[in-house]
Ligand binder design. Structure first.
Ligand code: LLP
Length: 383
């Protein structure tokens, strides 16, 4: 499945994106959408320009969290009227960029932000379309670092302030209120969590109706659908049908209401791998270290979240002769460990290995620590 011969010519480490799988994934997303459902790809997951271009071509919108992401999305061909922009700390230049581009919506996360967007829009003689990001206080069964929908998290507006802020927005000359936005977390595999969010949104909609607030045009439920890191070859494409069906079943949309999603990982995750070369095998009485030329600078998820990425030796000579290794990188940090006590075919200097399921939050989270060059990203067509 990997073009290993072609890999041999390239300097490691690098990211490789299998665009056949990406296109299959996108086709599956589109196949399972109803006409009132819209997916905005979460650019934060992977902003490689070639990957972004393919996603834009498939007709998806973009979900951005910075001015840089808005620029990247526009550059890749996402139409401005399909761009949504969230984030607790939007700078003035970023808001102005969004206003100038005419993005679909700012997902507003606080009262002072609403006031600033109003002022900046009035100064430009325009109106900003905004959705209020509500913190639904719904937990998700995922890593604490990637849970966002609880009152203790910094994201969104508290439910008790909702009616008041909707009223404020309605009276602002620079604001057009167009919807509600939610997001409960990432790498969520239990559909019950999305059902719980749906039920909370149903309660909220009833509450707003009782308060006499006119029908809301757009409901944005964020992203969060997880991928199977344990078995990337068995489940290369996430179960989009089950995911969208959960919302179809539990979320009571009002007539004409449009439903928006912000999927990142589920779209880009499985199509990407970090390819690295084995530098040295070093053993002591209790350990075999497999030292590779990729480090936490290239793929930080294991060091940051204790995340698991399957590791395949692409060039092993004896695929059935298993040895246990700690697979580690070259960075001067004890946390620069990809995995401990991992069974792999006997591995030698020069072998190529693939860290699987690294298409999302891989390349984009790379850093230049230790003055290391950033990894390059290649797509299938380029090799
Ligand atoms: N919408 C909002 C408002 C978000 O905050 C996020 C992710 C998404 C959409 C996309 O979520 P997804 O569909 O990809 O789960 N670096 C972490 C993940 C951080 C996710 C942050 N927000 C990781 O490597 O696991």
């Amino acid at each position: 499945m990997f073009p290993v011969d072609k890999f041999q010519r390239l300097r490691t480490p690098f990211y490789y994106y299998n665009t056949d799988l990406l296109r299959r994934t996108l086709a599956e997303v589109r196949h399972n959408l109803s006409s009132d459902m819209h997916v905005h790809y979460a650019v934060k997951a992977c902003a490689n320009p070639k990957v972004l271009g393919i996603i834009a071509q498939a007709g998806l919108g973009a979900d951005c969290v910075s001015g840089g992401e808005i620029q990247a999305a526009l550059h890749a061909g996402f139409p401005a009227d399909k761009i949504v922009y969230a984030g607790v700390g939007k700078s003035d230049w970023e808001i102005e960029l969004g206003l100038d581009a005419g993005i679909f919506a700012f997902n507003v996360e606080s009262e002072p932000e609403l006031e600033v967007i109003n002022q900046l829009a009035i100064a430009k003689g325009t109106k900003a379309r905004i959705a209020l990001r509500i913190n639904p206080n719904v937990g998700a069964h995922t890593h604490a670092n990637i849970t966002t929908g609880l009152t203790e998290n910094k994201f969104g507006i508290d439910m008790q302030d909702m009616e008041r802020l909707i009223g404020m927005a309605a009276n602002m000359d620079g604001i057009e209120f167009i919807g509600l936005h939610f997001h409960i977390g990432s790498q969520i595999l239990e559909m019950d969590d999305f059902a719980a969010l749906s039920r909370r949104i149903n309660e909220i909609q009833e509450r707003l109706e009782v308060a006499g607030i006119p029908a809301i045009r757009n409901i944005n439920v964020g992203g969060g659908l997880g991928i199977d890191y344990k078995q990337p070859d068995h489940y290369p494409v996430p179960d989009f049908r089950a995911y969208f069906d959960t919302y179809r079943k539990h979320l009571l949309l009002r007539p004409g209401q449009q439903l928006h999603f912000e999927l990142g990982r589920a779209i880009a995750g499985q199509c990407g791998a970090l390819i690295s070369r084995v530098l040295y095998i070093k053993s002591n009485p209790i350990k075999n270290f497999c030292i590779v030329d990729a480090g936490m600078t290239d793929l930080v998820r294991p060091a940051l979240y204790g995340a698991y990425h399957q590791i395949d030796n692409l060039t092993a000579e004896a695929p059935t002769d298993f040895v246990t290794y700690d697979v580690v990188g070259p960075i001067c940090e004890s946390s620069d460990v990809f995995i401990k006590n991992y069974g792999m075919p006997r591995t030698n200097r020069g072998d190529l290995i693939a860290f699987r399921s690294a298409g999302a939050y891989g390349e984009i989270m790379a850093s230049g620590y230790n003055c290391r060059p950033l990894p390059v990203g290649y797509i299938t067509e380029e090799l």
